[in-house]
Write a protein that binds this ligand. Structure first.
Ligand code: FCB
Length: 465
């Protein structure tokens, strides 16, 4: 049965600065923790780095044309903080600001809405050297950077997102060490959680005081949709979801999370006034969803299962949760080993809607990595094609899952596919391809895959078949 997209429902695509831009040492950009991490042997598969990535920094005009050809209504990009402040503090670097200025103008000229994320994991290395997110000063530095961006682009950006997936920044960056900066200190990871939350609140205040337009304000979280036993679900829901949602949307930390992690930290990094600083109004909540997570209480004897979907590393990303294990789930799976379960997205949206009935939701990331094959394009001699039926099915089924949630009452405003381009997939380097557009990493040529053509059709017909 064919179904209409809701009126005003936005279709867009997403990327992130370090994953696509390249030009790592150009125009005054300082090093970020991902430059350091990816250049450290053994950290990223195949020794891949973001030095060149998709070279979007130089090819953005062509990429904008491509988005326009695909009829995308919005583009979610992130700003590389070290392009704006090479050491994370002080004077803004004009060349860095100019780049995002051109990007935003280029989007607007093509009728594409700019949705800007301030932090998608590329912390200036100098701030990490001063302690990183476990240090309180990083939150105020982040607010200063937000003010610079608000001042420069605040007349044109339509949505400002403070953080992308602070869960990953805190726990993969500082607990498991699977992501930059690669630290494995559980107490520091919880301090990072708090300072990311604080940075979010301070950045919203800074943006609101600088921005001259009337944008939406937002944050994007990666929710863990949990399957399993009650107490394991409660504990992981606390560490994964509620430790961000509650301070940002209600004020204050969940007491069970503080109790569960009492052996790791006493939370004395939370100061008077922080709860109010973090709890700032937002207009829309960004939801990233890929798969579900199974949990249960570990018996303490058998080998502890760790199939939580996050890249294996020296330590666990879950502070204080030693008694919980993560059993593998039934397939089918994507190339990331993530199980495909669109119903989890419907469930998540309805759950968020029940909890925060007045808060509009936006899918800011959803998509799939598969091993694509490039073949001659039968319809155009000399051209190449990628028939990525599995990705088409994944995106179709997840857009359908969003429509199911809308039918059941959830207020969902749009869907951004991850990603526009194949790109640097963090610890997996270039081995995992999420793009609806293929990138040939030798020639940097772009080839729209069948999923891109399908997505363009969805935008044209506004009907899901
Ligand atoms: C999310 C990240 C994004 C991308 C996808 C696959 O966790 O926000 O940058 O790597 O996963």
């Amino acid at each position: 049965m064919s179904r209409a997209l809701p009126e005003g429902f936005v279709l867009g695509s997403a990327t992130a600065s370090y994953q696509v831009e390249g030009a790592a040492r150009e125009d005054g950009r300082g090093p970020s923790i991902w430059d350091t991490f990816s250049h450290t042997p053994g950290r990223v598969w195949n020794g891949d780095t973001g030095d060149v990535a998709c070279d979007h920094y130089h090819r953005f005009d062509q990429d904008l044309d491509l988005m326009a050809e695909l009829g995308l209504q919005a583009y979610r990009f992130s700003v590389a903080w070290p392009r704006i402040q090479p050491t994370g503090r002080g004077e803004a670097n004009t060349a860095g600001l100019d780049f995002y200025d051109r990007l935003v103008d280029g989007l607007l000229e093509r009728g594409i809405r700019p949705v800007s994320t301030l932090y998608h994991w590329d912390l200036p290395q100098a701030l990490e050297d001063a302690g990183g997110w476990p240090a309180r000063d990083t939150a105020s530095a982040f607010a200063d950077y937000a003010a610079i961006m608000g001042k420069r682009l605040g007349d044109r950006v339509s949505t400002w997102t403070t953080l992308n997936e602070p869960w990953c920044s805190a726990y993969l960056g500082y607990a498991s060490g699977a992501h930059a900066p690669g630290r494995t200190e559980h107490a520091a990871a919880l301090a990072a959680v708090h300072h990311l939350n604080l940075g979010h609140g301070l950045a919203l205040q800074a943006l609101r005081s600088e921005v001259s337009g009337d944008p939406d304000y937002s944050v994007t979280l990666n929710f863990h949709v949990l399957r399993g036993e009650d107490d394991a679900v409660r504990q992981i829901d606390g560490l994964a979801n509620r430790v961000f949602l509650q301070p940002m949307l209600e004020g204050g930390y969940p007491t069970d999370v503080i109790e569960d992690t009492a052996s790791v930290t006493d939370w004395s990094f939370v100061r008077d006034g922080d709860a109010e600083a973090i709890h700032q109004p937002i207009d829309v909540l960004g939801v990233n969803y890929y798969s579900t997570t199974a949990v249960r209480l570990w018996d303490g004897r058998s080998e502890r299962l760790t199939a939580d979907g996050h890249k294996g590393a020296a330590a666990s990303p879950w502070p204080g949760a030693e008694r919980v294990e993560f059993p593998p789930q039934p397939g089918p799976y994507t190339e990331m080993g993530w199980n495909i379960e669109p119903a989890g997205l419907t469930e998540l949206l309805l759950d968020l809607h029940r909890r925060y009935p007045d808060l509009p939701l936006m899918i800011t990331e959803n998509g799939a990595a598969f091993a694509d094959e490039v073949v001659p394009d039968a319809s155009q001699p000399g051209a190449l094609a990628v028939h990525d039926e599995k990705r088409v099915a994944y995106v179709r089924d997840h857009v359908g899952a969003v429509l199911d949630a809308v039918d059941a009452g959830a207020d969902v405003r749009g869907y951004f596919v991850w990603s526009l381009l194949d790109n640097f997939e963090w610890g997996y380097g270039y081995s995992k391809r999420f793009g609806i557009v293929r990138v040939d990493y030798e020639t940097l040529e772009r080839i729209p895959k069948d999923s891109a053509l399908w997505f363009a059709d969805l935008g044209r017909t506004r009907r899901l078949d």
